[in-house]
Design a protein around this ligand. Structure first.
Ligand code: GLU
Length: 445
């Protein structure tokens, strides 16, 4: 069997970190199994769907490296939905209902008042042809419900949640189509999963009740349901589903200079029994991906953890992986020197400025100025040294008796303008002799 997964966002907004996690797991599972990853745009709602969001979803997935093998759009498939709808109608599995939203609301309140679960009472099934005609004459249009089979218990072996059981008699027949003929999510999704050969539906546990209904839809449509894996939801450090997480997406990650590899490494592992690890390469994450490792407790998303992971991952990035984003003159050797000092890729510019100048050194004390003047003279003498920094500091130590901080700090400050940074031994060759001499001279006056 060739594995096929799908990520099915509605293009009614930007992807948020929760959607990204679902997309990632679908992508990883397909990659691990040598299968196919489908992007399905659930754009049946013409009013709320927007081409701008379609583009943004594609761009976000591309930036994350989660490139789909195939793309489909529900808006191109209305004829197929109509076809299956007619078959289900003929088979008595969908039926028209005429209650208004207010009438349904009232029914629910009465049921709740009597201590009963608010399940649709199927009153519409009892309407005679004459009653239906009467309602339509009044200008009422039906919406359509899928008729659950109350005699067939619903069960599935969820890849994450284990055995699931639902009594269909305790579920409302779901509305699948509105009065204006537009589709709700439920039926088109099942038709697509069948037509597109989806073998595994991986999505959030907020869809568990939908799955119960859709399992009966698959059977009613003459197909075996795919496998399901419902993952626990993502929560913030505050332990709740927050508004903040709902608006956290690729653009905010990019603004904060977070690398796609860091998001992938974090979202691949949180909520599982495997540790979050700094890996710049996705392969080890793919090869260890396993639904059995997913827990039932919510996965915690922590910005601070992401920031730290991002830093560790930046320190692992090869020159080839970043060279397009580096200043033009910065070569592999310079990258190696600067890389361990980066919090994120944005810091590169600041360090490159330290190398190329101009820099401004802090005001030096008279003693340090004298020391730097001597340092300049020594550096000139040692010009040909193969190990300039070592020889220079060695000579200065001997000449002045300075050591430790009083030896190194004025030199670092004069040469970089900062009191911390890359190993001077490695940095000095990047700065170059000419600039180094000029910087020492400038700090000495
Ligand atoms: N468009 C649905 C959603 O975003 C898809 C759910 C599914 O994966 O089936 O919730």
């Amino acid at each position: 069997m060739t594995i096929k997964t799908r990520f099915a966002p509605s293009p009614t907004g930007h992807l948020h970190v929760g959607n990204i996690r679902t997309a990632l797991h679908n992508w990883m599972f397909a990659r691990k199994e040598g299968g196919t990853f489908l992007l399905r745009l659930d754009d049946t709602d013409a009013e709320r769907s927007n081409e701008e969001y379609v583009e943004a979803i594609r761009a976000d997935l591309a930036w994350l490296g989660l490139t789909p093998d195939e793309e489909q759009r529900q808006s191109a498939r209305f004829a197929r939905y109509e076809e299956e709808f007619e078959k289900l109608k003929a088979a008595g599995r969908v039926y028209p209902a005429y209650e208004t939203a207010q009438e349904l609301d009232l029914k629910r309140k009465i049921q709740l008042g009597r201590g009963k679960p608010p399940i649709y009472d199927r009153a519409a099934l009892d309407l005679s042809d004459a009653e239906r005609a009467g309602l339509e004459e009044q200008g009422r249009k039906p919406h359509w419900r899928f008729k659950l089979d109350h005699d067939t218990p619903i069960t599935w072996a969820d890849r994450i949640r284990g055995e699931q059981h639902f009594d269909p008699a305790l579920l409302s027949d779901p509305v699948i189509r509105r009065e204006d003929g537009s589709w709700l999510y439920m039926l088109p999704s099942a038709i697509d999963d069948i037509d597109m050969g989806i073998t595994h539906v991986v999505r959030g546990e907020d869809h568990v009740a939908n799955t119960a209904v859709q399992i009966q839809m698959f059977h009613a449509l003459g197909a075996e349901p795919p496998e399901f894996a419902h993952e626990a939801l993502l929560v913030g450090t505050e332990g709740k589903l927050s508004k903040r997480l709902g608006s956290l997406g690729v653009s905010s990650f990019r603004e904060k200079h977070i690398e796609p590899q860091a998001i992938v490494a974090l979202l691949a592992r949180i909520g599982t029994s495997d540790p979050v690890e700094p890996v710049a390469d996705v392969e080890p994450l793919i090869s260890t991906f396993d639904f059995a490792r997913f827990g039932r407790a919510p996965a915690r998303f922590d910005d601070e953890e992401l920031t730290q992971l991002n830093q560790k991952i930046v320190h692992l990035l090869d020159y080839d992986a970043v060279k397009d984003r580096l200043p033009e003159a910065m070569d592999a050797a310079a990258w190696e020197v600067i890389r361990p000092n980066l919090h994120d890729m944005h810091d590169v510019e600041q360090w490159w400025q330290v190398v190329t100048g101009p820099i401004s050194a802090p005001e030096m004390s008279p003693e340090d100025r004298e020391f730097l003047s001597l340092a300049r003279a020594k550096m000139e003498e040692l010009e040909a040294s193969g190990d300039l920094w070592k020889d220079l500091t060695g000579a200065l130590k001997e000449a002045t008796g300075r050591k430790g901080k009083s030896l190194f700090m004025p030199l670092r400050q004069a040469l970089t303008g900062l009191d911390h940074g890359p190993d001077m031994n490695a940095l000095l060759p990047l700065i170059g002799l000419k600039s180094a001499l000029a910087r020492l001279a400038q700090a000495a006056v």
